[in-house]
Design a protein around this ligand. Structure first.
Ligand code: HEC
Length: 485
């Protein structure tokens, strides 16, 4: 808790991570899938003596090299910056547990980047056999980076009993392999590999639809069809692994999805479910477009179609990642650390000893609004903003100080069946800190009905002022309103 809070106005820190990660994932997945696609396509061309298509594949490998080694690497570092700033406490926990995991990943990463560069620069310069071997070396190294990072990512959703049993004792490292091969490790790995392979196919279609030379038409049709065949198994296997994955996550985590399904159309949490459904709808649409324009009428595949496929893939990826993140709420590391960095086992102690007193960032003041703001920054801002995403001004729904007090009492000690438990951490701290938070929230709570009324007089105010000395009558006001409209 002794980290400063990074305040991102309107958007909120979580979305900074979200945007950087989705951008990164789209490239990194392509790097892994493309690593296998390229040598497989290359060896197919040699085998079938379709060498006229080799220049197109070379062009594709250049696009691949630039995209993965520059944008992939830079956005990967971007993830470190954003998680370190938004979730310092959780990042610290991950580093303490998995530092060797990351060290191993970076070794594979160096091999991967080197192999990608060698592969691109040695087209037609070294024997074909050797060139293919470089390609497969690349494929293996990049797959291994996924094999490693997947352990760390899936750990956050399902750390597993073995690790949780020792969490906070200082002996967590003894459960490294348990934490790494946690309950969702394998379904996540397979799901990510399938996503990697599908993205590789989609990016290949983009390159292919850009080469429209007449002389290549035959090979083009052949390669587009082959790529459709490459994509087909993903659409069959993806739903199955998704079911396997859902089966592996604890029922508390599934709660939010179920809550959404039961209340569809009315409840607050239809959002998560709708977003999960968006994944299914976009994936089906991708399957349809691939079937029609890559398999059935490959001649008609245009750049527009392939870009649309990528667009759909972006939506599918973003919505899946969003649903996965939401399912983990209110935790950042399930059953161990809440999204705001408070550890579950520390709750009772903080309630007894106080929240602000533990932080070196607490300003020295007796102003309760300032202190309350500090509690808000520390405990609420990882998920809420004041006036942007999940805006506090809106969510408070114009509650007055007394109603806010009742709400905070519920958040502090939520009843067993409270919905809040499913997505919000308990509010921790001593009563005076909770009261301070209430004083602060009261200053930003806007009554929904009040908002338009408050706005209306403001622009009108300068007008009546100069008129006032002359002869203001009660009737003047409605008139003015009419002219203002
Ligand atoms: C782990 C993320 C998370 C944290 C941390 C969090 N909230 Fe929330 N909160 C949510 C979500 C998700 C919703 C539901 C938003 C919606 O319905 O759009 C929500 C809803 C709310 C609502 C509206 C609830 C209602 O029934 O009207 C209030 C008020 C609220 N939060 C206050 C707080 C306060 C105060 C804090 C800090 C003590 C806090 N939240 C911390 C995730 C969080």
């Amino acid at each position: 808790m002794n980290y400063p809070v990074w305040e991102v106005p309107k958007l909120g820190g979580a979305w900074v991570i979200g945007i950087v990660s989705i951008f990164h994932v789209l490239i990194a997945w392509f790097a892994v899938g493309g690593g296998l696609y390229l040598p497989m396509a290359e060896s197919k061309l040699y085998r079938e003596k379709r060498e006229d298509w080799l220049p197109v594949l070379m062009k594709h490998s250049r696009f691949f090299l630039v995209l993965t080694s520059i944008f992939g690497a830079v956005s990967g570092v971007g993830i470190w910056f954003s998680i370190g700033l938004v979730h310092p406490e959780a990042t610290s926990t991950l580093i303490h547990n998995f530092v060797f995991g990351w060290a191993i990943e970076w070794v594979f990463f160096v091999v991967e980047l080197a192999a990608a560069a060698v592969y691109y620069y040695t087209w037609n310069r070294i024997p074909r056999e050797l060139h293919l071997k470089v390609g497969y070396l690349y494929a293996i190294a990049s797959l291994l980076t996924l094999v490693i990072i997947n352990g760390i990512l899936s750990f956050m959703l399902t750390p597993g009993r073995a690790w949780l049993d020792v969490a906070g004792t200082g002996t967590e490292a003894s459960r490294f392999w348990w934490a790494f091969f946690n309950p969702t490790y394998f379904p996540s790995l397979i799901m990510r590999i399938l996503a990697c392979l599908s993205l590789a196919g989609i990016y290949a279609l983009i390159t292919y639809s850009r080469s429209d030379e007449e002389a290549l038409a035959k090979s083009r049709i052949h390669m587009v069809r082959w790529t459709a065949g490459w994509l087909a198994p993903m659409f069959l296997l993806m739903p199955l692994t998704l079911l396997w994955f859902l089966h592996q996550i604890p029922s508390e985590n599934r709660g939010l999805l179920e809550l959404g399904m039961n209340t569809i159309g009315s409840g607050a949490f239809t959002q998560v479910t709708r977003i999960a459904m968006l994944t299914i709808i976009t994936t089906l649409t991708i399957a349809g477009v691939v079937y029609l324009f890559a398999y059935k009428w490959p001649r008609d595949l245009s750049l527009g179609h392939s870009i649309a496929l990528l667009g759909l893939a972006v939506i599918a990826t973003a919505s899946t990642e969003y649903a996965r993140e939401t399912v983990r709420k209110p935790y950042v590391i399930s059953a161990h650390m809440y999204s705001n960095g408070v550890r579950k086992r520390d709750v009772a102690r903080i309630n007894a000893e106080g929240y602000l007193s533990r932080s070196i960032w607490t300003p020295v003041t007796s102003n309760t609004v300032t202190l309350g703001h500090q509690v808000f920054r520390g405990q609420c801002m990882s998920c809420h903003t004041v006036g942007g995403y999940r805006a506090m001004t809106q969510l408070l729904q114009g509650r007055d100080r007394k109603a806010i007090g009742q709400l905070l009492a519920t958040l502090h000690d939520p009843p067993k069946d409270s919905m809040y438990r499913k997505y919000m951490p308990p509010l921790v701290g001593k009563q005076d800190e909770i009261d301070a938070l209430g004083d602060y929230l009261a200053t930003i709570s806007v009554k929904p009905a009040e908002a338009p009324l408050k706005l209306a007089p403001t622009p009108a105010a300068p007008t009546p002022a100069p008129v006032a000395p002359t002869a203001p009558t009660a009737a003047a006001t409605p008139d003015k309103k009419v002219t203002l409209r």
